[in-house]
Design a protein around this ligand. Sequence first.
Ligand code: NAD
Ligand code: 89V
Length: 347
Amino acid sequence: NPVKTRKGALIGCGFFSKNHLHAWQQLEGVEIVALCDANAQRLQEASTEFGITKVYASAEDLLAREALDFVDIATTAASHRSLVEMAARHGVPCICQKPFANTLDDAVAMIQACRKAGVPLMVHENFRWQSSIQAVRKALDEDHIGQPFWGRVSFRSAYDVFSGQPYLATEDRFILQDLGIHIIDIARFLFGEVATMSASATRINPKIRGEDVATLLMKHTSGLTSVVDCSYATANTRELFPQTLIEIDGALGTLRLGADYQLTIHVKGGATQVVDCAPPLHDWAQRPWHNIQDSVLNIQAHWLQCLTDAREPQTSGVDNLNTLVLVEKAYESAAHQQTTIDIQKAT
Ligand code: NAD
Ligand code: 89V
């Protein structure tokens, strides 16, 4: 049987959307048939660069006129609720970029709208789809180090993210909302759901509005303790942006994801193996973003597979609500002298 070509549309032709469009072009069985952006110049640029001639300034017009298998929403968080609810009203499955929502109420409303309409919803939470994070997950599944009891997921950088994404410098919330959200999601992916959490956050860079350093201490329902630490104020000997580094201690050994995507697995009293889990450099990708770019390809491939299998995506709306709750509670804990907060799993 020939593979059905799924027809999608992309809403939001900004900085990051180019990665979505390149990845859709690389994938089999999918075509982006239309673009939408309220900004005419960005819309035209994306149309020309990717050869997609159907363009819309309004998402409502796009959804009314096109027969779509899905929409890919790559706008910033403020517009997510209205766009996801609009797609649900039109019965169109949707992918929504992170941060899924600016409030938990908005996230719940989007989940309910898609459930009511019976359409799949995936949050584009791509960091867990990086080759190195997948390699750590695989090593845990293969049980090299026994029961993990402690973990650290760390992202420390001084890379200038503000020139590509100027809104990151001007919003009240910065690192937890934009980057911490990915790192917390990796902690959930590797260590499971969280029972209690406390956090601290601070701003070092005087030129930005929000916090650029944050640290979380979490007790997971499995009993494992983890630390998630993020910084955009850390000028290190080597700039590793956008690498996430990981340490995991287990009853029988240790895993260390170090610089340059090198994963060291050490078994107590036994062998040490080093696995190179560097991402491929796709012909449309640029270092150092190639790691993130490959994860975009991977999560979009996962979405297509889930549509084919009628399966819920890993980072469905409700799954991602658990990550969003941790971000929200981290701000709350940080604002209240690092109070420890109980976390309930969202269902
Ligand atoms: P951007 O501001 O460059 O682009 C957003 C675009 O959406 C703009 O062109 C804007 O005109 C358009 N837009 C906004 N509301 C609209 C609406 N209602 N209808 C039509 N068009 C609308 O933003 P960006 O830097 O590309 O970021 C977009 C999202 O991607 C953000 O949520 C950001 O956090 C996320 N992001 C994710 C990753 C990742 O690795 N997952 C990396 C970078 C950015
Ligand atoms: O992945 C992201 O969401 C980006 C960045 C890596 C710059 O934080 O915004």
